[in-house]
Design a protein around this ligand. Sequence first.
Ligand code: SF4
Length: 217
Amino acid sequence: MNSFSPNMLKTFEACPQKYYFKYIQKISMPQKTSFFERGKKVHALANYYLRGDNIDKLETTLNKDEKAIWDTLKQNEFFKKSYINSEYNLSCKIGSYWIGGRIDALMEDNTDSATSAERTYYILDYKTGSIPQNPEYDYQTMVYLLCASKIYDSNLKFIYIDLKNNQNCIIDFTPDKEKEYEKRIIKICDKITNFQSLEDIEYSKICEFCEYRKICI
Ligand code: SF4
């Protein structure tokens, strides 16, 4: 059975019709790539750097803006913690649904003295654009924290690193959140699974920026 990624859940919530085009009919539409290029470059660089690869040559290919963003990330207190893994696929089963996706990086405290139950693990997500409007209940946050909690039975935090404003948004994972996250994930997965009709779709403001606009409206 396929697993639901945060993007799939977000897409369905924003517009079931778009979900249908993208994930059921598997129609891919061209998008403006320049917007994503900078983010992709910094993510790739971060991955090589954390893995311990030599990135000297790659660093010379960065333009001024990219270099400033990359320097901000390198100085970030969470990015400097102990590395566990990066571009790391996580998945888990919630209710009868598989969910999962790829996280930017997983780090832990820089301390040897703590036992594994005392350690804190950090899921990092670097944003070169904006961070989610409701980060605590964003599907990305909920999916990755739930998946990581099945592996790491200790303190877990999700960190959005806002590189544009050089700020961190820190979300703690608690037993109450775990219950709430599970409830929300099951609810949206149920909706997707039981979704049948495309007739009652309403056009809205988001249609203006939708890549499927030409074939939808
Ligand atoms: S154009 Fe509007 S209704 Fe159609 S898929 Fe896009 S967001 Fe959904």
